[in-house]
Design a protein around this ligand. Structure first.
Ligand code: APR
Length: 232
């Protein structure tokens, strides 16, 4: 089976009603990124950060996977599909994708504030636990923190993501402005003979000399078109 590796970003979930970050009216317009998505911001005002992610989690309960997520999951019947996502939502999994690598963490999980990378203290929240409070503690006695990779933090899953990217027959970029590294750098690991597709309703600037098949559409329509092109 052909190996398809997808790199998804916020635009993948836009049609489900999740906000993107860098579009006008995106999350980073409404919330200063240095307050809610950096270790320094968390140290300064943990309450604000915990509330921000509680709100994001609440939003998870209100949204559903869109046709783009569903088509990617269905592709597993004909292709070997790996989804590398920058998204912290669980919409790929809820659509039925079986192999999802989360580069930037997961909203549904919490971890230790002292030792955020330590798997031992990572815990999956049930929906009724989505509202984390100050004073809720990890097993090491520290405040429960969102299991999110913030700016300036290491991206432990990148090595795994690189391994899959290096084996791709087809690499598909969906709904990411390709501004954030190391995620955007995965493109450099795509084998020479692999095909690269980009699905985004807007033009995305990519600093690569590679030939990129651009499907200038939203995620749902774009993935449908990708499928028909792959079947040609
Ligand atoms: N379908 C597909 N793409 C879309 C859609 C849609 N319906 N709507 C918008 N987009 C595109 C935008 O045109 C843009 O290119 O999605 C992209 C979203 O880009 P960003 O907001 O920059 O999101 P992303 O690239 O995922 O951000 C990367 O930055 O702040 C961090 O950690 C956060 O994971 C995030 C990372």
């Amino acid at each position: 089976m052909k190996k398809i590796v997808v790199l998804s970003g916020a635009g993948m979930s836009a049609e489900s009603g999740m906000s993107t970050f860098r579009d006008a009216g995106g999350l980073w317009d409404k919330y200063p990124v240095e307050q809610v998505a950096t270790p320094e911001g968390y140290r300064r005002n943990p309450e604000l950060v915990i509330r921000f992610y509680n709100d994001r989690r609440k939003q998870l309960l209100e949204v559903k996977p869109n046709n783009g997520h569903k088509l990617l999951a269905e592709m597993e019947t004909s292709f070997n599909v790996t989804v590398i996502t920058q998204n912290v939502d669980n919409l790929h999994e809820r659509a039925g994708s079986n192999h999802v690598i989360h580069l930037h963490g997961e909203l549904t999980k919490v971890c230790s504030s002292y030792d955020p990378g330590n798997e031992q203290y990572v815990k999956e929240l049930k929906p009724e636990e989505y509202e984390v409070k100050m004073g809720d503690l990890a097993a090491d006695g520290s405040q429960l923190r969102p299991f999110i990779v913030w700016f300036g933090e290491a991206v432990p899953q990148i090595e795994t993501a690189i391994r899959y990217t290096e084996k791709a027959d087809v690499f598909v970029i969906i709904g990411t402005s390709m501004n954030v590294y190391p995620a955007a750098g995965l493109l450099n690991y795509v084998p020479r003979n692999a095909e690269i597709y980009l699905i985004d309703p807007k033009e995305v600037q990519i600093g690569s000399s590679r030939t990129i098949h651009v499907i200038q559409k939203g995620a749902s329509e774009g993935v449908a078109e990708l499928l028909s092109r792959l079947r040609e």
